[in-house]
Ligand binder design. Structure first.
Ligand code: UDX
Length: 447
């Protein structure tokens, strides 16, 4: 692999993690952000997001002289052979994708780009964006220098972003010129992942397809869990049973309060809109989104039912605020909606999270925040599990029983073994754990 000079525009999850990982495999990387305060922090290796291992990775590569940060896009683009665009693409009120940050980045690239610069779009963007970007750049160039625009969507997960980059399932490259595709493939070579080369539109759509499919898998298992509740079956065993079928696979079959985060909610809605814009009604995806919304309501209803019909004047300990463990990200976190619903229905809510309480406090007035799980449980009428942090999963049933005012656990992530909870005198309500209550689980022996 030849070491390349890279400029990465945007230091969010995708930009910062990819930039640091590309530096780690030997490339020369400059990360750019228009937020001067953020750049100042990053220069001190002070990482603005909670991502395990990232600080060490950034520090190591800064010290090795392969990674630096600047607020000056022109300077970074001038010095680069490859420019990665990794800015945010939030949703507009219409449901369409807001490409304004991509456009602003491209305008700056056009002003300082070299001969032969390769512009790679990593942000999740609607089909046609790379082609549009090429026209946009061409129209703005002061001199007609050759350049190329390619698509290279990012599939990393928050909380395991570095691992996902170094152990990627695949690299998807969308480029019209085989030489351009080969260069992007070479850039990734040390990661050792299989490479799929296709045209730009296909690469762009592949990203949405992946997220839409995974979200659908989650909503499917959640609907299955709801049926389990009604017929007395256990969703954990159903998931294990279907997951052993290689055509289905065991991943993303964890029933619960549904998906959240910065990607699935946004990208599923964007894909629905992209289809609508070409007069296609993407029915499955519409149902996926609706099921995910309802799942949060169902969880609140389960808490009320467990408490005898209402949460009014009940003290509810919500365990976990971040949309999933190992992140402090609260974007579209199920806990936010759930807590608001509980408050509307008159509950006294207290919440635990390992890292997100400070941020959450701003969004959730009236909630007592705890970064100690035991303290959150003390005197509560019910423990409601929303995020399966290790610190929550490791809670001892005996301690839960001792701390709670009423021995009730409503587990929105199926993080506990129903039988073990029952053995300690706790009334346990899971998501689709049915009447089997975890008994006779033969699958544990098989997997
Ligand atoms: C996701 C995609 O996995 C990643 O490829 C893409 O680049 C960005 O979006 P991320 O949002 O970081 O990554 O989280 P992920 O681990 O995929 O989980 C998303 C949500 O689904 C979480 O709220 C999680 O709790 C939920 N989930 C996941 C389930 O409810 N059940 C499951 O079985 C799996």
């Amino acid at each position: 692999m030849a070491a390349e000079k890279l400029a990465v525009i945007g230091t969010g999850y995708v930009g910062l993690v990819s930039g640091a990982c590309f530096a780690d495999i030997g490339h020369q990387v400059v990360c750019v952000d228009r937020d001067a305060a953020k750049i100042e922090r990053l220069r001190q290796a002070d990482i603005p997001i909670y991502e395990p291992g990232l600080e060490e990775l950034v520090r190591r590569n800064m010290e090795a002289g392969r990674l630096r940060f600047t607020g000056d896009t022109a300077e970074a683009v001038c010095a680069a052979d490859i420019v990665l665009i990794a800015v945010g693409t939030p949703a507009l009120a219409s449901g369409d994708v807001d490409r304004s940050q991509v456009e602003a980045a491209l305008a700056q690239v056009a002003a300082s780009m070299n001969i032969g610069t390769l512009v790679v779009i990593k942000s999740t963007v609607p089909v046609g964006t790379a082609r549009w970007a090429e026209t946009f750049l061409r129209e703005r160039l002061t001199q007609p220098v050759p350049f190329a625009v390619a698509s290279n969507p990012e599939f990393l997960r928050e909380g395991s972003a570095i691992h996902d980059t170094f152990h990627a399932d695949r690299i998807v490259i969308g480029a019209d010129d085989p030489a351009v595709a080969a260069r992007i493939a070479a850039l990734h070579e040390p990661f050792g992942a299989p490479v799929l080369i296709t045209n730009r539109e296909t690469a762009e759509l592949t990203k949405y397809a992946a997220n839409a499919f995974l979200a659908t898998k989650i909503s499917f298992i959640n609907e299955m869990a709801n049926v389990c509740d009604k017929v007395g079956a256990d969703i954990a065993d159903v998931a294990a049973g279907i997951g052993m079928d290689r055509r289905i696979g065991p991943h993303f079959l964890q029933a619960g309060v549904g998906y959240g985060g910065s990607c699935f909610p946004k990208d599923t809605k964007a894909q629905l809109k992209i289809a609508e814009n070409v007069q296609y009604d993407f029915r499955i995806l519409r149902a996926t989104i609706e099921v995910n919304r309802l799942q949060r309501e169902r969880f609140v209803a389960k808490i009320a039912e467990a408490l005898g019909g209402t949460v009014r004047q009940m003290r509810v300990a919500v365990m976990g605020l971040a949309f999933k463990p190992n992140t402090d990200d609260l974007r579209d976190a199920p806990a936010i909606d759930i807590i608001r619903m509980l408050q509307e229905e008159g509950a006294d809510v207290r919440a635990y999270d390992l890292v997100a309480t400070e941020r959450a406090a701003r969004e959730l007035p009236g909630v007592a925040m705890f970064d100690d799980a035991h303290a959150a449980l003390e005197g509560a009428d019910v423990m409601a599990v929303v995020t399966e942090w290790d610190a929550v999963k490791r809670l001892e049933p005996a301690d839960i029983k001792r701390l709670l005012r009423q021995p009730i656990v409503v587990d929105g992530r199926n993080a506990f073994d129903p039988q073990r909870m029952a053995a300690h005198g706790l009334r346990y309500v899971g998501m689709g754990r049915g009447a089997t209550n975890g008994k006779n689980r033969q699958t544990d022996l098989l997997v």
